[in-house]
Design a protein around this ligand. Structure first.
Ligand SMILES: [Fe+2]
Length: 496
């Protein structure tokens, strides 16, 4: 029997449900209509063993359809080549983040762009080029049907032989709601490695490379940030070389932590494609950029920063699936970058732990903003897995440390909270601008370990109190990222 703690979030999903009605407690705001689609591992089982790392589980899409106060749940494993091979043969066919088909330790990094790169796209969902895509850190994104969650096409891009398709794109893209274009980054490994910055204007499909950033030893990069004029990218000193990626040895040996090199900060002009800033700052490890904006001639870049890359190993399944699991936490950090001189001033905006950071994306991505939401632990407590949803107020007048609010209950483990504004910025721009930035709800899938089940919580983002929850009768495996799509409109991005 599994203990009643976070480990229930690592149990495999055994059933695929279609439009299963969930029991609703409380009252769902009448304006909240749409679907929350989330992606993440649904099972770690391969034959009679388990994959090595949390990031290696088989992708499972989950959808909560919220309609007229009711919630229905659908889940589907992605029918990737990897999934089919695991089902048919009980073994891996393709190389995952931390597991390779030969089970040699932690395996190769899957984003290296080789032919053996996985199509097990478990990281997030992206709406791009008019299609719904399951995305991962290899070129092999997958088209799915948003109504049934069934896998449609194993190949997401007609032009997957283009430069971006041959490189290793990040799973996270950024959408600029003001310029109505998606921007992405891919790592091209080679004798002269480089980061490719590409864009896809709404209504187009082709990925157009707009900038190149040469890099001798590419670092592991998971996300980046945009401002109206710039693309900003932090590259942690967790570095590799193309040669070491090609060698048959574990991931942890392909990437090494080089704190003496510091963290590289790149700022690229979105129009010119020119490198405006190429400098270094203190070493840190970053999965998630939170947001960026320009003010008084400076670029403000907010990230969830870990002290080092030990968090990568910390999420090996053996460590995660232990009762004493206590991974390192990230803090919210702001880098104020002078685009003229490259001078950087860094400060901590919130000392407690925060990860899976989100914002009022549709109105504030690339712009000044006030609120960050995420999951965290008790302030300054490094113990245990994330057990609360946090809201951080970045208003200078509000002070630095007392401005966060949290929602928690005993023995709960929430996932990424997505903010859904009460009024859609696209529906009525005038009225939307005048409403408060936190006027809306947060949606998060929460493991309730005592009850041995998960629920979708709907929190009032202003007060961080629960408005309603939709209860599922089983634990749902921990997920990574998702999107909320409002009914009757084109897809709205809560976070890209
Ligand atoms: Fe991520």
């Amino acid at each position: 029997m599994t203990a009643r703690d976070h480990r229930l979030g690592l149990q495999p999903a055994t059933t695929e449900y279609t439009e299963k009605p969930l029991r609703v407690e409380g009252e769902i705001p009448p304006w909240l209509d749409g679907t929350l689609v989330r992606n993440g591992p649904g099972s770690f089982t391969v034959g009679d063993r388990r994959v090595n790392h949390w990031f290696d589980g088989l992708a499972m899409l989950r959808r909560f359809r919220i309609d007229d106060g009711e919630v229905r749940y659908t889940n589907r494993f992605l029918r990737s080549r990897q999934f089919r091979h695991v089902s048919d043969h009980g073994s891996l066919r393709l190389r995952e983040f931390g597991t390779d088909p030969k089970w040699s330790g932690l395996g190769h990094l899957r984003r290296c762009g080789t032919r053996a790169a996985t199509d097990n796209a478990s990281v997030t969902v992206v709406y791009l080029g008019g299609r719904h895509l399951a995305a991962t850190e290899t070129p092999r994104w997958t088209v799915y049907d948003p109504d049934t969650l069934r896998t449609r096409a194993p190949k997401a891009f007609e032009d997957s032989d283009d430069e971006v398709g041959r490189a290793g794109p990040l799973a996270h893209v950024q959408y600029d709601p003001f310029r109505e274009e998606t921007v992405g980054i891919a790592t091209r490994f080679g004798l002269r490695s480089e980061y490719l910055v590409y864009r896809v204007p709404d209504g187009r499909e082709r990925r157009e490379v707009v900038a190149r950033i040469p890099i001798r030893q590419p670092g592991y990069v998971h996300s980046f940030a945009l401002t109206p004029n710039y693309v900003a990218l932090l590259v942690s000193p967790f570095r590799t070389t193309p040669l070491s990626l090609l060698r048959d040895r574990p991931f942890v040996e392909s990437y090494r932590w080089h704190p003496e090199r510091g963290t590289r900060v790149f700022v690229v002009g979105r129009e010119s494609g020119e490198l405006a800033v190429d400098t270094r700052t203190a070493p840190c490890f970053v999965f998630h950029h939170v947001n960026a904006f320009e003010r008084d001639g400076a670029l403000h870049l907010d990230v969830a920063a870990f002290e080092d890359a030990s968090v990568v190993d910390a999420f090996s399944l053996d460590a995660f699936d232990s009762p004493e699991f206590s991974p390192p936490g990230a803090e919210l950090r702001r880098l104020q970058v002078d685009p003229e001189t490259g001078h950087i001033v860094t400060r901590t905006l919130h000392p407690g732990h925060v990860e899976f950071p989100t914002i009022h994306y549709a109105r504030h991505n690339t712009r000044p903003y006030r609120y960050v939401y995420g999951v965290g632990t008790a302030e300054r407590s490094p113990n245990g897995y994330v057990d609360r949803i946090v809201k951080i107020d970045l208003d200078e007048r509000a002070g630095r440390f007392q401005a966060s609010r949290t929602w928690t209950e005993p023995n709960v483990y929430p996932g990424e909270p997505l903010f859904v504004p009460r009024i859609s910025p696209e529906a009525d721009e005038d009225s939307a601008e005048s409403v408060a930035e936190d006027d809306g709800v947060l949606l998060s899938v929460v493991l309730d370990a005592d009850a041995e089940r998960s629920f979708l919580t709907i929190l009032d983002a202003a007060t961080m109190t629960e408005r309603a929850r939709a209860v599922f009768e089983e634990p749902i495996p921990f997920d990574f990222h998702g999107q909320f799509y409002r009914s009757g409109e084109r897809p709205t991005r809560s976070m890209a």
